[in-house]
Design a protein around this ligand. Structure first.
Ligand SMILES: Nc1nc2c(ncn2[C@@H]2O[C@H](COP(=O)(O)OP(=O)(O)OP(=O)(O)O)[C@@H](O)[C@H]2O)c(=O)[nH]1
Length: 323
Protein backbone atom coordinates (compact mmCIF):
# COMPACT_ATOMS: atom_id res chain seq x y z
CA UNK A 1 0.00 0.00 0.00
CA UNK A 2 1.28 3.47 -0.80
CA UNK A 3 0.66 6.10 1.85
CA UNK A 4 -0.03 9.43 0.15
CA UNK A 5 2.59 12.17 0.40
CA UNK A 6 1.66 15.47 2.01
CA UNK A 7 0.65 18.18 -0.45
CA UNK A 8 2.83 21.27 -0.80
CA UNK A 9 1.87 23.94 1.78
CA UNK A 10 0.28 21.31 4.00
CA UNK A 11 0.40 23.60 7.03
CA UNK A 12 -1.54 26.36 5.27
CA UNK A 13 -3.95 23.80 3.85
CA UNK A 14 -4.73 22.46 7.33
CA UNK A 15 -5.10 26.01 8.61
CA UNK A 16 -7.59 26.79 5.83
CA UNK A 17 -9.52 23.62 6.66
CA UNK A 18 -9.62 24.35 10.39
CA UNK A 19 -10.62 27.96 9.82
CA UNK A 20 -13.88 26.72 8.32
CA UNK A 21 -14.71 25.18 11.70
CA UNK A 22 -16.56 22.44 9.90
CA UNK A 23 -14.75 19.37 11.25
CA UNK A 24 -16.89 17.28 13.62
CA UNK A 25 -19.92 19.44 12.86
CA UNK A 26 -23.38 17.93 12.52
CA UNK A 27 -24.60 16.59 9.16
CA UNK A 28 -26.11 19.27 6.93
CA UNK A 29 -28.75 18.89 4.26
CA UNK A 30 -26.84 21.15 1.84
CA UNK A 31 -24.03 18.56 1.62
CA UNK A 32 -26.21 15.46 2.00
CA UNK A 33 -28.27 16.69 -0.95
CA UNK A 34 -25.14 16.65 -3.12
CA UNK A 35 -23.93 13.20 -2.05
CA UNK A 36 -27.46 11.80 -2.59
CA UNK A 37 -27.49 13.39 -6.02
CA UNK A 38 -24.04 12.00 -6.86
CA UNK A 39 -25.06 8.52 -5.78
CA UNK A 40 -28.20 8.63 -7.89
CA UNK A 41 -26.56 10.11 -10.99
CA UNK A 42 -23.71 7.62 -11.05
CA UNK A 43 -25.57 4.61 -9.63
CA UNK A 44 -22.84 3.94 -7.04
CA UNK A 45 -23.59 2.63 -3.55
CA UNK A 46 -21.42 5.19 -1.72
CA UNK A 47 -20.85 8.94 -2.18
CA UNK A 48 -18.87 11.02 0.32
CA UNK A 49 -17.74 14.57 0.99
CA UNK A 50 -14.44 13.80 2.69
CA UNK A 51 -12.16 16.38 4.29
CA UNK A 52 -8.52 15.42 4.73
CA UNK A 53 -7.42 16.53 8.21
CA UNK A 54 -3.89 16.24 9.68
CA UNK A 55 -4.24 12.58 10.68
CA UNK A 56 -7.62 11.50 9.43
CA UNK A 57 -10.19 11.98 6.72
CA UNK A 58 -13.48 13.16 8.17
CA UNK A 59 -16.77 12.81 6.34
CA UNK A 60 -18.96 15.89 6.20
CA UNK A 61 -21.51 13.84 4.32
CA UNK A 62 -21.47 10.13 3.77
CA UNK A 63 -24.25 8.30 1.97
CA UNK A 64 -24.17 4.51 1.87
CA UNK A 65 -21.38 4.03 4.40
CA UNK A 66 -21.73 3.82 8.15
CA UNK A 67 -18.59 5.69 9.20
CA UNK A 68 -17.62 9.24 10.08
CA UNK A 69 -13.87 9.09 9.55
CA UNK A 70 -10.87 6.86 8.77
CA UNK A 71 -7.15 7.29 9.44
CA UNK A 72 -5.43 9.41 6.77
CA UNK A 73 -2.92 6.61 6.04
CA UNK A 74 -5.56 4.47 4.32
CA UNK A 75 -7.41 7.34 2.66
CA UNK A 76 -7.86 7.32 -1.13
CA UNK A 77 -8.79 11.00 -0.89
CA UNK A 78 -5.35 11.81 0.56
CA UNK A 79 -4.04 10.69 -2.87
CA UNK A 80 -6.76 12.57 -4.76
CA UNK A 81 -5.87 15.93 -3.16
CA UNK A 82 -2.33 15.69 -4.55
CA UNK A 83 -3.66 16.19 -8.07
CA UNK A 84 -5.71 18.98 -9.53
CA UNK A 85 -8.21 16.79 -11.36
CA UNK A 86 -10.42 13.79 -10.68
CA UNK A 87 -8.53 10.72 -9.45
CA UNK A 88 -10.01 7.55 -10.93
CA UNK A 89 -9.13 4.10 -9.64
CA UNK A 90 -11.02 1.66 -11.86
CA UNK A 91 -10.04 -1.43 -9.91
CA UNK A 92 -8.31 -0.94 -6.58
CA UNK A 93 -7.50 -4.67 -6.33
CA UNK A 94 -5.33 -4.33 -9.43
CA UNK A 95 -3.66 -1.08 -8.36
CA UNK A 96 -0.49 -1.48 -6.35
CA UNK A 97 -1.13 1.76 -4.43
CA UNK A 98 -4.34 0.33 -3.02
CA UNK A 99 -4.53 -3.46 -3.47
CA UNK A 100 -3.58 -4.28 0.14
CA UNK A 101 -5.30 -1.22 1.64
CA UNK A 102 -7.55 -2.39 4.52
CA UNK A 103 -10.48 -0.52 2.95
CA UNK A 104 -9.98 -2.75 -0.13
CA UNK A 105 -9.23 -6.05 1.59
CA UNK A 106 -11.92 -5.42 4.24
CA UNK A 107 -15.14 -3.40 4.53
CA UNK A 108 -16.29 -1.43 2.61
CA UNK A 109 -14.31 -3.52 0.04
CA UNK A 110 -13.53 -0.61 -2.27
CA UNK A 111 -12.84 -1.64 -5.88
CA UNK A 112 -13.83 1.54 -7.72
CA UNK A 113 -12.99 5.05 -6.55
CA UNK A 114 -13.39 8.44 -8.24
CA UNK A 115 -12.56 11.56 -6.21
CA UNK A 116 -12.84 15.17 -7.33
CA UNK A 117 -10.59 17.48 -5.27
CA UNK A 118 -12.41 20.27 -3.44
CA UNK A 119 -10.39 23.50 -3.42
CA UNK A 120 -10.54 26.77 -1.55
CA UNK A 121 -10.40 29.99 -3.61
CA UNK A 122 -6.67 30.08 -2.82
CA UNK A 123 -6.25 26.60 -4.25
CA UNK A 124 -5.79 24.52 -1.06
CA UNK A 125 -7.38 21.11 -1.60
CA UNK A 126 -9.38 20.38 1.51
CA UNK A 127 -10.77 17.01 0.49
CA UNK A 128 -12.94 15.47 -2.18
CA UNK A 129 -16.37 14.62 -3.38
CA UNK A 130 -15.87 10.94 -4.06
CA UNK A 131 -17.73 7.94 -5.39
CA UNK A 132 -17.08 4.40 -4.20
CA UNK A 133 -18.23 1.03 -5.49
CA UNK A 134 -17.44 -2.50 -4.40
CA UNK A 135 -17.19 -3.57 -8.04
CA UNK A 136 -14.70 -2.30 -10.65
CA UNK A 137 -16.08 0.33 -13.04
CA UNK A 138 -15.25 2.37 -16.05
CA UNK A 139 -15.46 6.15 -15.65
CA UNK A 140 -15.28 8.07 -18.92
CA UNK A 141 -14.65 11.75 -19.71
CA UNK A 142 -18.37 12.63 -19.46
CA UNK A 143 -18.57 11.00 -16.03
CA UNK A 144 -15.54 12.97 -14.89
CA UNK A 145 -17.01 16.24 -16.18
CA UNK A 146 -20.22 15.57 -14.27
CA UNK A 147 -18.31 14.76 -11.07
CA UNK A 148 -16.34 18.01 -11.51
CA UNK A 149 -19.63 19.94 -11.74
CA UNK A 150 -20.88 18.36 -8.53
CA UNK A 151 -17.51 19.03 -6.89
CA UNK A 152 -17.88 22.68 -7.77
CA UNK A 153 -21.24 22.72 -6.00
CA UNK A 154 -19.55 21.36 -2.85
CA UNK A 155 -16.94 24.13 -3.16
CA UNK A 156 -19.70 26.71 -3.37
CA UNK A 157 -21.29 25.38 -0.18
CA UNK A 158 -17.94 25.55 1.63
CA UNK A 159 -17.42 29.12 0.41
CA UNK A 160 -20.86 30.04 1.70
CA UNK A 161 -19.92 28.70 5.14
CA UNK A 162 -16.70 30.67 5.11
CA UNK A 163 -18.39 33.89 4.09
CA UNK A 164 -21.12 33.45 6.66
CA UNK A 165 -18.89 32.89 9.67
CA UNK A 166 -15.43 34.30 8.97
CA UNK A 167 -14.43 37.95 8.99
CA UNK A 168 -12.72 38.63 5.69
CA UNK A 169 -10.22 41.22 6.95
CA UNK A 170 -8.86 39.47 10.04
CA UNK A 171 -9.84 35.85 9.27
CA UNK A 172 -11.20 35.59 12.82
CA UNK A 173 -14.78 34.39 13.33
CA UNK A 174 -17.29 37.11 12.63
CA UNK A 175 -20.09 37.86 15.09
CA UNK A 176 -22.24 35.02 13.86
CA UNK A 177 -19.35 32.55 13.90
CA UNK A 178 -18.25 33.73 17.34
CA UNK A 179 -21.73 33.43 18.84
CA UNK A 180 -22.26 29.95 17.42
CA UNK A 181 -18.91 28.60 18.54
CA UNK A 182 -18.89 30.21 21.97
CA UNK A 183 -22.48 29.15 22.69
CA UNK A 184 -21.33 25.61 21.94
CA UNK A 185 -18.24 25.98 24.16
CA UNK A 186 -20.33 27.50 26.96
CA UNK A 187 -22.69 24.50 26.82
CA UNK A 188 -19.69 22.22 27.20
CA UNK A 189 -18.32 24.14 30.22
CA UNK A 190 -21.76 24.09 31.85
CA UNK A 191 -22.13 20.37 31.31
CA UNK A 192 -18.80 19.44 32.83
CA UNK A 193 -18.95 22.12 35.54
CA UNK A 194 -15.90 24.11 34.44
CA UNK A 195 -15.47 27.88 34.61
CA UNK A 196 -15.56 30.06 31.50
CA UNK A 197 -14.76 33.71 30.95
CA UNK A 198 -15.41 36.25 28.27
CA UNK A 199 -13.38 39.28 27.21
CA UNK A 200 -14.98 42.08 25.24
CA UNK A 201 -12.58 44.49 23.51
CA UNK A 202 -13.18 47.81 21.80
CA UNK A 203 -10.26 49.79 20.37
CA UNK A 204 -9.87 53.32 21.73
CA UNK A 205 -9.58 56.30 19.39
CA UNK A 206 -9.60 53.98 16.42
CA UNK A 207 -11.47 56.46 14.26
CA UNK A 208 -8.47 58.79 14.52
CA UNK A 209 -6.26 56.17 12.86
CA UNK A 210 -8.61 56.10 9.88
CA UNK A 211 -8.94 59.87 9.83
CA UNK A 212 -5.23 60.64 10.13
CA UNK A 213 -3.61 57.77 8.25
CA UNK A 214 -6.34 56.46 5.96
CA UNK A 215 -8.68 53.48 5.88
CA UNK A 216 -5.96 51.06 4.73
CA UNK A 217 -3.91 51.87 7.83
CA UNK A 218 -7.07 51.36 9.91
CA UNK A 219 -7.42 47.93 8.32
CA UNK A 220 -3.79 47.19 9.12
CA UNK A 221 -4.35 48.20 12.76
CA UNK A 222 -7.39 45.91 13.01
CA UNK A 223 -5.46 43.00 11.46
CA UNK A 224 -2.49 43.58 13.80
CA UNK A 225 -4.75 43.56 16.84
CA UNK A 226 -6.48 40.39 15.60
CA UNK A 227 -3.13 38.70 15.06
CA UNK A 228 -2.01 39.51 18.59
CA UNK A 229 -5.26 38.11 19.98
CA UNK A 230 -4.77 34.93 17.97
CA UNK A 231 -1.19 34.64 19.21
CA UNK A 232 -2.00 35.23 22.88
CA UNK A 233 -4.95 32.95 23.39
CA UNK A 234 -5.15 29.17 23.24
CA UNK A 235 -6.46 27.20 20.29
CA UNK A 236 -9.37 26.08 22.44
CA UNK A 237 -10.46 29.71 23.00
CA UNK A 238 -12.96 31.26 20.62
CA UNK A 239 -11.78 34.57 19.15
CA UNK A 240 -14.01 36.81 17.07
CA UNK A 241 -14.28 40.22 15.47
CA UNK A 242 -17.77 41.30 16.35
CA UNK A 243 -17.73 44.19 13.88
CA UNK A 244 -15.92 47.52 13.43
CA UNK A 245 -13.26 47.78 16.15
CA UNK A 246 -14.94 45.32 18.55
CA UNK A 247 -13.48 41.91 19.36
CA UNK A 248 -14.31 39.19 21.86
CA UNK A 249 -12.63 36.11 23.26
CA UNK A 250 -14.41 33.24 25.00
CA UNK A 251 -12.04 31.30 27.27
CA UNK A 252 -13.07 27.76 28.10
CA UNK A 253 -12.15 26.24 31.44
CA UNK A 254 -10.77 29.58 32.62
CA UNK A 255 -11.64 31.52 35.77
CA UNK A 256 -11.73 35.32 35.90
CA UNK A 257 -8.42 35.31 37.72
CA UNK A 258 -6.74 33.16 35.08
CA UNK A 259 -8.23 35.26 32.28
CA UNK A 260 -6.85 38.36 34.03
CA UNK A 261 -3.35 36.89 33.83
CA UNK A 262 -3.74 36.21 30.09
CA UNK A 263 -4.98 39.76 29.67
CA UNK A 264 -1.83 41.11 31.33
CA UNK A 265 0.27 39.09 28.93
CA UNK A 266 -1.71 40.49 26.01
CA UNK A 267 -1.21 44.03 27.34
CA UNK A 268 2.54 43.43 27.32
CA UNK A 269 2.45 42.02 23.78
CA UNK A 270 0.58 45.07 22.58
CA UNK A 271 2.88 47.46 24.45
CA UNK A 272 5.85 45.76 22.75
CA UNK A 273 4.10 46.05 19.40
CA UNK A 274 3.43 49.75 19.95
CA UNK A 275 7.03 50.36 20.99
CA UNK A 276 8.36 48.64 17.87
CA UNK A 277 5.86 49.62 15.20
CA UNK A 278 6.64 53.37 14.68
CA UNK A 279 3.46 53.95 12.68
CA UNK A 280 2.60 57.26 14.29
CA UNK A 281 -0.05 55.93 16.65
CA UNK A 282 -0.51 53.32 19.38
CA UNK A 283 -3.03 50.51 19.47
CA UNK A 284 -5.17 51.19 22.55
CA UNK A 285 -8.20 49.33 23.82
CA UNK A 286 -10.74 49.04 26.57
CA UNK A 287 -11.74 45.61 27.74
CA UNK A 288 -14.45 44.06 29.92
CA UNK A 289 -13.78 40.72 31.64
CA UNK A 290 -16.58 38.61 33.03
CA UNK A 291 -16.72 35.07 34.39
CA UNK A 292 -19.68 32.94 33.51
CA UNK A 293 -22.22 32.83 36.35
CA UNK A 294 -25.12 30.42 35.75
CA UNK A 295 -27.38 32.59 37.95
CA UNK A 296 -26.84 35.64 35.76
CA UNK A 297 -26.08 34.31 32.31
CA UNK A 298 -28.43 31.99 30.50
CA UNK A 299 -26.88 32.46 27.08
CA UNK A 300 -23.74 33.73 25.45
CA UNK A 301 -25.64 36.93 24.61
CA UNK A 302 -26.07 37.60 28.38
CA UNK A 303 -22.37 37.07 28.94
CA UNK A 304 -21.47 39.38 26.05
CA UNK A 305 -23.80 42.07 27.28
CA UNK A 306 -22.28 42.01 30.81
CA UNK A 307 -18.73 42.14 29.41
CA UNK A 308 -19.71 44.94 27.02
CA UNK A 309 -21.01 47.02 29.95
CA UNK A 310 -17.77 46.51 31.88
CA UNK A 311 -15.76 47.44 28.79
CA UNK A 312 -17.79 50.61 28.43
CA UNK A 313 -17.19 51.55 32.09
CA UNK A 314 -13.46 51.27 31.49
CA UNK A 315 -13.70 53.34 28.30
CA UNK A 316 -15.67 56.07 30.10
CA UNK A 317 -13.22 56.32 32.97
CA UNK A 318 -10.30 56.51 30.51
CA UNK A 319 -12.04 59.29 28.62
CA UNK A 320 -12.61 61.13 31.91
CA UNK A 321 -8.97 60.68 32.87
CA UNK A 322 -7.83 62.00 29.48
CA UNK A 323 -10.01 65.11 29.52
N1 LIG B 1 -10.36 50.88 8.52
C1 LIG B 1 -11.50 50.36 8.92
N2 LIG B 1 -12.32 51.10 9.70
C2 LIG B 1 -13.47 50.54 10.13
C3 LIG B 1 -13.84 49.23 9.79
N3 LIG B 1 -15.03 48.96 10.37
C4 LIG B 1 -15.39 50.06 11.06
N4 LIG B 1 -14.46 51.02 10.92
C5 LIG B 1 -14.45 52.37 11.50
O1 LIG B 1 -14.17 52.21 12.89
C6 LIG B 1 -14.65 53.37 13.60
C7 LIG B 1 -15.23 52.88 14.90
O2 LIG B 1 -15.82 53.94 15.54
P1 LIG B 1 -15.65 54.22 17.09
O3 LIG B 1 -15.63 52.93 17.84
O4 LIG B 1 -16.64 55.24 17.46
O5 LIG B 1 -14.21 54.89 17.08
P2 LIG B 1 -13.21 55.13 18.27
O6 LIG B 1 -12.38 56.27 17.79
O7 LIG B 1 -12.49 53.87 18.59
O8 LIG B 1 -14.08 55.59 19.47
P3 LIG B 1 -13.91 55.16 21.01
O9 LIG B 1 -14.20 53.69 21.06
O10 LIG B 1 -14.93 55.98 21.71
O11 LIG B 1 -12.51 55.49 21.42
C8 LIG B 1 -15.63 54.05 12.66
O12 LIG B 1 -15.07 55.25 12.22
C9 LIG B 1 -15.77 53.08 11.46
O13 LIG B 1 -15.92 53.76 10.23
C10 LIG B 1 -12.96 48.47 8.95
O14 LIG B 1 -13.20 47.31 8.60
N5 LIG B 1 -11.81 49.08 8.56
Amino acid sequence: MKIADFPAQEEQRIEALHSLQILDSAPEERFDRLTRLARRLFGVPIAVVSLVDANRQWFKSCIGLDASETPRDVSFCAHAILGSDVLVVNDAAADERFSDNPLVTGPPHIRFYAGCPISTPKGYKLGTLCLIDSAPREFDEDDQALLRDLGMMVEQELTAIRLATIDDLTKLSNRRGFETLSQHALGLCKRIGRPASLLYFDLDLFKQINDRFGHAEGDYALSSFAMMLARNFRESDVIGRLGGDEFAVFLTNTSKQEAGAVLEHLAQTIADHNAASHRGYDLLYSVGLIEFDPLQHATIADLMSSADSLMYEQKKSRRRAAS
